[in-house]
Design a protein around this ligand. Structure first.
Ligand code: AMP
Ligand code: MG
Length: 491
């Protein structure tokens, strides 16, 4: 630890430009990561490193381990812990980065800007009773699932590395400590706006809103009322996001407003998981006892979260309170229609439909209903539609065969061939998702046996989810039914 906090060698390729520091200082505290005993890289995302213009070779060793564990700062970093608030399971709370440090914004060779954050990097003024640390299992889990989401073409934070710390963390049992390096469009959350709104600080709020516009929605900067446009644009991205989640059977698990990103990325992979058998009531999170964040509730929760964002923006929308509320409502009431539009657009591609017919939504809904009645696997069923030799038991059910006749008639009313429909379906219905049993198996090997090979094999399969590779066949199958699979928050 003798070299703690010295800058890294320039050859690593870091290119920091920390604009968040120009925002009102109530939004952050300067805070360095707390050094750890024995940094070592568990996983490094070389592909992502290269895409970011970083030198993967120079990061893949002790220098990289020091960076990813927080023992050494990358050149140009100016680390902070961010302040934010949030509605957690419906209840408002003051939060903040209690176990994360934003190193700064790295600008990639193509000019795009990314937050580089260390998660599990030690205590901060926002830690309350927490230890500021994270365990290896949950950090690898976030790495695996976020990279799987990216490969599924879903906007998401990415994972650059997981480093182990050589220090224990104490939870119900003693676990190995680890730190995740998270790469995000930004870490501006609905909760960041709620934090300033709770302090009644309209000028700071205006600065944050304008910053968000410039960083994520620059095309709105010159609009007559950029904040009204911002609300609409964030809503559009959130609708897009939640629809994409539904279309791959993803359950975020903890859609608190502090986990809703203004740039429309999936963020904070705690108790999330992919559903096997289709059932809108599916919940995996052990803390979500009422199913608030169940699969099928995710659209309405998104709308609820956007309403919390809209409330914070009211003073910026119009000086007259009633007029401001009206402006916000005009936007928010478009949510259901927008959602239906995105939902059916995605379902059409999943069913191989190139054209639009009025009965398409009913056709899609009826298939889901049949899946639910028959406990059919969501992913395998949809994928099976484009696989000639698929012998899913569900496909032999009389009800399904009735549905299939309707679907085939629908396909015959468009100009494209069945083969063309199959090609469309195969790029929208993944063959491989991050199945719970496979994720658990990989994490078990990593944490119990120090064996990262299963993690690497799983990551390789998840990197090309739409491809049918014989060597990935094992990753396609669901685990034993009724496993009572439960996920836990990564604390
Ligand atoms: P999360 O469940 O990861 O979204 O975190 C919710 C809040 O709890 C955030 O403010 C985190 O910084 C904080 N938190 C979670 N785990 C810890 C921990 N081990 N130590 C300190 N703060 C934590
Ligand atoms: Mg969070």
């Amino acid at each position: 630890m003798s070299s703690t906090y010295q800058d890294s060698p320039p050859s690593q390729g870091w290119n920091f430009d920390n604009t968040f520091l120009d925002l009102p200082d109530s939004l952050y505290v300067r805070q360095k990561p707390v050094p750890v005993k024995q940094p070592a890289i568990a996983v490094l995302n070389r592909t992502l490193a290269q895409a970011l213009g970083l030198n993967a070779d120079s990061l893949d060793g002790p220098h990289g381990a020091d960076i990813f564990a927080g023992n050494r700062l990358p050149q140009g970093a100016d680390p902070i812990a961010q302040a934010y608030a949030g509605h957690q399971f419906g209840h408002f709370t003051m939060l903040g980065d209690g176990r994360a440090i934003l190193l700064g914004e790295h600008v990639a060779p193509d000019g795009s800007r990314f937050d580089i954050q260390l998660k599990g990097s030690g205590r901060t003024p926002f830690s309350r009773r927490g230890d500021g640390r994270a365990a290896l299992g949950p950090m690898l889990r976030e790495y695996i699932i976020s990279e799987a989401m990216h490969a599924l073409d879903i906007p998401t934070t990415r994972s650059l590395a997981v480093a182990t710390t050589g220090e224990p963390v104490h939870r119900e049992t003693t676990l190995a400590g680890a730190i995740l390096t998270r790469v995000a469009g930004s870490h501006i959350r609905v909760g960041t706006f709620e934090y300033l709104a709770a302090h009644g600080n309209t000028e700071d709020l205006r600065a944050l809103a304008m910053y968000t516009v410039h960083r994520h929605y620059p095309e709105l900067a010159e609009a007559e009322n950029p904040f009204r446009e911002l609300l609409g644009a964030v809503m559009e991205r959130q609708v897009r996001l939640v629809t994409k989640w539904l279309h791959v059977g993803f359950i975020h698990g903890v859609m608190n407003t502090d986990n809703v990103s203004l740039c429309g990325e999936s963020i904070d992979y705690g108790p999330c998981a992919f559903m096997d058998a289709y059932n809108p009531a599916t919940v995996f999170s052990s803390i979500d006892r009422d199913g608030r964040y169940a699969y099928g509730n995710q659209p309405s929760i998104t709308q609820w979260n956007l309403t919390r964002l809209a409330e914070t923006l009211l003073p910026l929308l119009h000086e007259n309170g009633d007029k401001a509320t009206e402006l916000a409502q005009d936007i928010l009431e478009k949510f259901p229609g927008l959602f239906r539009l995105h939902w059916i657009e995605g379902m059409r591609t999943k069913l191989g439909l190139f054209t639009e017919e009025e009965g398409d939504a009913a056709l899609a809904q009826d298939l889901l209903k049949l899946m639910q009645e028959n406990d059919a696997d969501f992913t395998l069923t949809l994928r099976g539609l484009s696989e000639k030799k698929s012998d899913r038991p569900f496909f032999r059910e009389a009800d399904f065969m009735g549905w299939r006749t309707r679907w085939e008639a629908r396909l015959s009313r468009q100009a494209q061939t069945f083969e063309e429909s199959c090609a469309l379906m195969r790029t929208h219905n993944p063959a491989v998702i991050a199945r719970n049993h496979q994720v658990e198996k990989a994490l078990r090997a990593a944490t119990a046996d120090n064996d990262l090979q299963p993690t690497h094999r799983l990551l390789a399969a998840l990197a090309s989810p739409f491809e049918d590779r014989p060597e990935h066949a094992a990753y396609r199958e669901p685990g034993p039914v009724d496993s009572g699979y439960q996920t836990f928050c990564g604390t």
